[in-house]
Design a binder for this molecule. Structure first.
Ligand code: XMP
Length: 320
């Protein structure tokens, strides 16, 4: 039974000191490893872990090639400013190879998950020789796993590691008594910048969740460019989430006086409280027009830009 520490009763400085002491006591003179995604939970764990262990914690950021423009550099730069060095592992080719030829949404999601856990991160953990793995599991993840809603952070299984066989190998979960609001409070007290808490949700499968059909380097480049344009154009509306989708179907357009059987980008912008239900944001038409013009100008091969007006349900926020 895990005892919750609510945001109201949390003393963030004391919490960080206590968790750092627990990590030090567990790890002793050994080493630990953790993966940073750039999200709030893994960022907070990285900060607590480095406070506890300094260079004896190896933090890796796996560049899967599915991130938004500049994302690996932004995350690494933010931590460097906080005095924490992050190791970027270039796994772009491995993820692309795993996704090659796949068009089914669930197969694509599974390929991203498996490539991360069983291949790239699994290999890093084994090679590191670290006996401790730090994870950003929070209480909500545990609840949802127990309730069978989704299996979160079941790293032992996903890494193909049998805890019995891997004697002495331990997972440390410093945030497991907290929910998201309390994690944010801890993050602020650790000096994580406000911009990190204001970020819109971004799915685990990253841009692969926004490409209908096969994920290739070229198609990734197109949806990545469109994503930058959409995030910049719609960022000031206070919407819950906004994104670009690259479609598989081509449509007839014209360019330089000639027919062009070109690509389609769909723009989605959602109003929502928690992502479970969502309605399309009433974006001013002028904003949509200039957004479309920018996408048509800057994303090669695109001849059609549409705006989604269907609510969730039955739609979903992401398209894959
Ligand atoms: P959907 O598309 O199911 O998305 O309406 C609801 C919210 O969850 C995010 N999302 C994901 N987040 N891993 C994640 O960590 C995933 O596989 C995933 N799929 C969707 C989505 O961005 C939205 O905020």
């Amino acid at each position: 039974m895990i005892t919750e520490i609510t945001a109201a009763e949390l003393d963030p400085e004391r919490f960080v000191a206590e968790q750092a002491a627990r990590i030090q006591a567990a790890v002793g003179g050994g080493t630990a490893i953790n993966a940073l995604s750039g999200g709030v939970d893994s960022s907070v764990v990285t900060m607590i872990g480095h406070r506890a262990l300094g260079p004896r914690l190896r933090t890796v950021f796996v560049d899967n090639g599915l991130m938004r423009e500049g994302e690996p550099e932004q995350v690494v730069g933010m931590f460097r400013r906080l005095g924490v060095e992050i190791e970027v592992v270039d796994a772009r080719a491995e993820f692309l190879a795993a996704l090659a030829g796949l068009t089914d949404p669930e197969q694509k999601r599974e390929a991203v998950t498996q490539t991360f856990y069983t291949r790239v991160f699994g290999r890093l953990v084994r090679e590191s020789g670290a006996r401790f793995l730090l994870q950003g599991t929070i209480l909500t993840d545990v609840d949802e796993t127990v309730a069978g809603i989704k299996r979160q952070h079941n790293v032992f299984e996903q890494l193909g590691i049998d805890p019995q066989a891997a004697f002495g190998y331990r997972i440390l979960e410093p945030l497991v008594q907290l929910r998201k609001d309390a994690v944010r409070t801890v993050g602020r007290s650790l000096g994580l910048p406000e911009s990190m808490f204001a970020r819109i949700p971004f799915p685990g499968p990253a841009l692969a969740a926004r490409i209908i059909g096969e994920v290739t380097a070229e198609r990734l480049a197109a949806v990545r460019r469109a994503t930058t344009i959409v995030e910049r154009a719609l960022g000031g509306l206070g919407a819950f989430q906004y994104l670009a989708v690259l479609h598989e179907d081509r449509v007839t357009g014209m360019r330089d006086g000639r027919r062009d059987f070109g690509q389609q980008i769909e723009v989605r912008c959602w109003d929502s409280v928690d992502g479970r239900r969502a309605t399309p944001t009433r974006v001013p038409f002028e904003t949509l027009e200039s957004l479309a013009a920018e996408i048509l100008r800057d994303v090669p091969g695109v001849v059609s830009v549409t705006y989604n007006i269907a609510a969730k349900p039955p739609s979903t926020i992401e398209a894959v």
